[in-house]
Write a protein that binds this ligand. Structure first.
Ligand code: GCW
Length: 847
């Protein structure tokens, strides 16, 4: 009876916890990752005691939607963390209070209070003051948004258990533009999205239920992000259809309480594609008039509409070049329609010819943005922002800063950073990008011989531009974790924090994020911070080091290794590796001249091999494999070593994360562990593919004898096969020995067997198999007659082929093996997935 009561009571307790946000001690909250860094988890008793004397009332001065949100959010956060329900007031009570309002409103109730001078909008001031004789906490904003940002900042301080007794903090954003972009299609798919389908669109319409949209806006607002472009830059003209605008207005309604402006990507050919005109020439008056009417129509329904993002003359998108017009002609046509309403045009500098002739050594995609946009400096209207990717190619693991960032003095600019990890492991690999972004933002372009760091150029501070700032391609989706992996959310967090204040350090940001996401347990904080901070360099090490480019399959998924895919095609992501050497010569003296697009001081850094830092050498120069780096290693040995080191580090991440069992809630613990184990296996796929490719190309062996020698491996094709048949994998380096085995129809089940011949002991047995996305085949591993493991290959990796995207590792740890043991792998195919596998690796169990 007692036991039964307990069973019934537990869910009720949990349910009431859900409703009130109060959790009984000792019951772990279910954590899906949905709340990200806004969990408002109960503080420890000691921390709660610190905040005991907080006033019990939260007064909001004014009733604008953002102000109401501010009050609700503050009460919500305080309830979650302190377990108390603060009073919501709209008038000053006769007691201490927390007062929320804009500077003017606060001045009206607190005559002696002086508003601070904040240079730009959306800033806030947190302070204490006597109001009507009572000691009050004041959260005052330069704007309503500023109030909301102040509330989030205040709540963050509590979650981080900071002291509030001498509260006096002023904060203002570095730049006016702090936007995210979503590459969502109207059918609900997201281009380069790895966290599920669109939260905005489904099946050609805006979703009926937009509660996720409001929750997204809340996450964005908590970082100070004030705008969101909701659809793919490869835009569907339908976005502008008259019957679609009311649907967009519903998204704007969901954003508004959080101070997030709605904006959309537009197809530049819309006047023709959906507007019924026979032209979209930006200099044609009918076209200009069409844009003006369309924009007026939008603002009638969405008065706070933010503006347009435009991808034109790029990767097959139509643009002004169709009429011999320039990007400034194009951008200004749209800008003039938006200007009366205060709207902005973001015109992307990602304009390049993707049919470049690769046989011409002087051709260079990296030059394109500067070549096209620099001559137009000064020709763009003041409400145009040129949105420039951080590097001149395309979100590679390491690129120099785009020279165009230093090439516009009379034009607004924004830097485009990619939060979604398109080339960085697609959220399956841990890769915290803040250190990379910081390296870019702090980089000094030395424009006109002055100190001009990228962050100041894009914020418009160097040339006193009216606007500018930061755009992050987020691509969150319907997955509970938003990005597909709870640890990937550190990148959205870091983007927002850096857009607000690019002077924050990567480590300060990750420390906040870890505490807010997983709590203040010192072991968790130390472990997660260290893993995240090293993860970009780790990813770089086992993918594309030395500035060579990510080395991924650039013609397909951009996920697994595909070294040769960059070459011999017009896309221009060339690394020029051949038998003698590797790298792109971009010098002025002998190469493409790209280096000449930088200021003289930066040119000095990159023009010669001697000056160029090792980590960008192959971006700028073509060198022999035996070229000796500053580090003293040859290029080829560096390629080998870094791949082995990176792989080893991921293996250590798994071990470090395992130490957090019991310190992190079970659900997220298991989710992250599974991803890290997967990454450890896929890092080996990367290592072997890249190292073997370069071994073959260079003919120079690994000084440490690792590459091409795998003494612990038993190749599937060398086993005793029943039903399984060997085949050649393309490209060869995607499989060990270039071959795998498959169980092709009509065979229903296959097996591969081998005899263990090494000394008796405890071993790890790893099976490298292929998990395509067009079937769910089954695997069983038997030791003699004993089943030791079985699993279904049901992951949704980005390919239907046997290859480096799908190569996956299953680890069976702690097997007692004896010489003479028979080990059998059984595969059951499903759909087009033929239970293919590559090899088995057996290594002694770690101590
Ligand atoms: O890197 C490429 C991506 C495309 C993307 C394009 C862009 C939206 O692979 O998917 O298109 O960049 O930024 O426009």
């Amino acid at each position: 009876m007692l036991a039964m009561r307990a069973k019934i009571l537990l869910p009720i307790t949990i349910l009431s916890g859900l409703i009130t946000g109060i959790w009984p001690a000792g019951i772990a909250r279910a954590e899906s990752g949905y709340d990200a860094w806004l969990r408002y988890a109960p503080l420890t008793a000691a921390a709660k005691a610190k905040y005991k004397s907080l006033p019990a009332s939260v007064v909001v001065l004014g009733d604008a939607p953002v102000l109401r949100t501010s009050q609700d959010e503050l009460i919500r956060g305080l309830r979650g963390m302190l377990g108390r329900t603060f009073r919501a007031e709209t008038k000053l009570p006769q007691e201490s209070a927390i007062i929320l309002g804009d500077f003017k409103a606060v001045r009206e109730v607190a005559a002696q209070w002086r508003a601070p001078v904040l240079a730009s909008g959306d800033g806030f001031w947190l302070t204490r003051a006597h109001v009507h004789g009572f000691d009050c906490i004041i959260i005052a904003g330069a704007t309503d948004r500023g109030v909301l940002y102040g509330v989030f900042h205040f709540l963050r301080k509590l979650a981080l258990e900071e002291d509030l007794s001498n509260l006096n903090e002023k904060h203002e954003p570095y730049a006016p533009v702090r936007w995210v972009n979503q590459w969502d299609n109207l059918d609900g798919r997201i281009e380069r999205g790895y966290g599920g389908r669109s939260i905005f669109f489904d099946n050609g319409t805006v979703r009926a239920d937009l509660s996720r949209v409001a929750d997204y806006a809340r996450l964005l607002a908590s970082l100070g992000i004030n705008g969101c472009v909701v659809n793919n830059v490869n835009a569907n003209p339908r976005m502008l259809a008259s019957d679609f605008l009311p649907q967009l207005a519903r998204i704007a309604d969901a954003f508004r309480p959080w101070g997030v402006q709605l904006a959309i990507s537009v197809d530049f050919s819309s006047p023709k594609a959906m507007g019924g005109l026979e032209t979209f020439d930006p200099l044609d008056l009918r076209v200009a008039e069409w844009w003006k009417e369309k924009v007026d129509e939008i603002y009638r329904q969405i008065p706070d509409f933010g503006g347009f993002l435009v991808k034109a003359d790029s990767e097959g998108r139509l643009g002004p070049s169709s009429y011999g017009r320039t990007p400034s002609d194009a951008a200004n046509a749209l800008a003039r329609a938006l200007e009366p309403h205060g709207g902005i045009v973001f015109y992307r500098a990602f304009v390049y010819d993707h049919h470049l002739d690769w046989r011409n050594p002087k051709n260079d995609r990296a030059r394109a943005a500067y070549d096209i946009f620099h001559p137009l400096d000064g020709k763009f209207d003041d409400n145009v922002v040129i949105q420039i990717k951080n590097g001149p190619i395309d979100f590679q693991v390491r690129e120099p800063v785009s020279p165009l960032i230093g090439g516009l003095e009379k034009t607004n600019e924004a830097i485009e950073l990619q939060i979604t990890q398109e080339y960085m492991g697609q959220q399956r690999h841990l890769c915290y990008l803040a250190p990379m972004w910081k390296a870019v933002l702090d980089f000094d372009m030395h424009v006109s011989g002055r100190a001009t760091p990228v962050k100041d150029l894009v914020a418009g501070r160097v040339f006193h531009r009216p606007t500018g700032g930061f755009a992050g391609v987020a691509n969150v989706g319907l997955d509970a974790t938003w990005l597909g992996n709870p640890v990937a959310m550190a990148n959205l967090y870091a983007f927002g924090r850096l857009a607000w204040d690019p002077n924050l350090s990567s480590s300060a940001i990750i420390d906040e994020w870890t505490r807010l996401t997983f709590g203040n347990d010192p072991l968790v904080v130390k472990t997660v911070d260290a893993m995240q901070l090293s993860s970009w360099h780790t990813y770089e090490s086992y993918t594309g080091p030395l500035g060579i480019g990510t080395l991924t399959d650039i013609l397909g998924s951009h996920y697994g290794p595909g070294v040769a895919s960059s070459e011999n095609n017009g896309w221009g992501q060339w690394h020029r590796a051949d038998h003698d050497g590797v790298g792109m010569d971009r010098s002025v003296a002998t190469g493409t001249g790209y280096v000449g697009q930088y200021s003289p001081a930066v040119q000095k850094l990159y023009e010669t091999t001697a000056a160029t830092p090792d980590n960008l050498l192959l971006f700028f120069h073509h060198v022999k494999y035996a070229y000796v780096l500053h580090s003293g290693k040859t290029v080829i040995q560096h390629i080998y070593d870094s791949h082995y080191e990176g792989t080893q580090r991921v293996k250590e991440y798994v071990r470090q994360w395992e130490l957090l069992r019991g310190h992190v809630d079970e659900d997220r613990y298991a989710m992250v562990l599974a991803r890290l184990k997967y990454q450890a296996g896929h890092a080996i796929v990367w290592r072997d593919a890249v190292c073997n490719w370069f071994l073959r190309a260079s003919g120079i062996p690994d000084a440490l004898g690792r590459v091409g020698h795998y003494p612990n491996r038993i190749e599937a094709e060398s086993m005793q096969l029943q039903g399984y048949a060997p085949f050649d994998v393309q490209p060869a380096e995607a499989a060990s020995g270039g071959k795998a085995v498959e169980c092709a129809p009509p065979t229903q089940q296959c097996s591969a067997e081998f005899r263990f011949t090494r000394p008796a002991g405890w071993y790890e047995l790893e099976v490298q198999y292929f998990d395509q996305n067009d079937g769910k085949s089954k695997f069983r591993v038997l030791l003699g007659d004993q089943l030791v493991d079985e699993w279904v290959a049901d992951d949704d990796l980005p390919s239907a082929k046997v290859g480096s995207d799908t190569s996956t590792r299953r680890c069976i740890s702690g097997l007692a093996l004896r010489p003479g043991d028979e080990i059998r792998i059984e595969g059951t195919p499903d759909g087009n997935e033929h239970a293919a596998f590559d090899y088995v690796e057996i290594s002694p169990s770690p101590e």
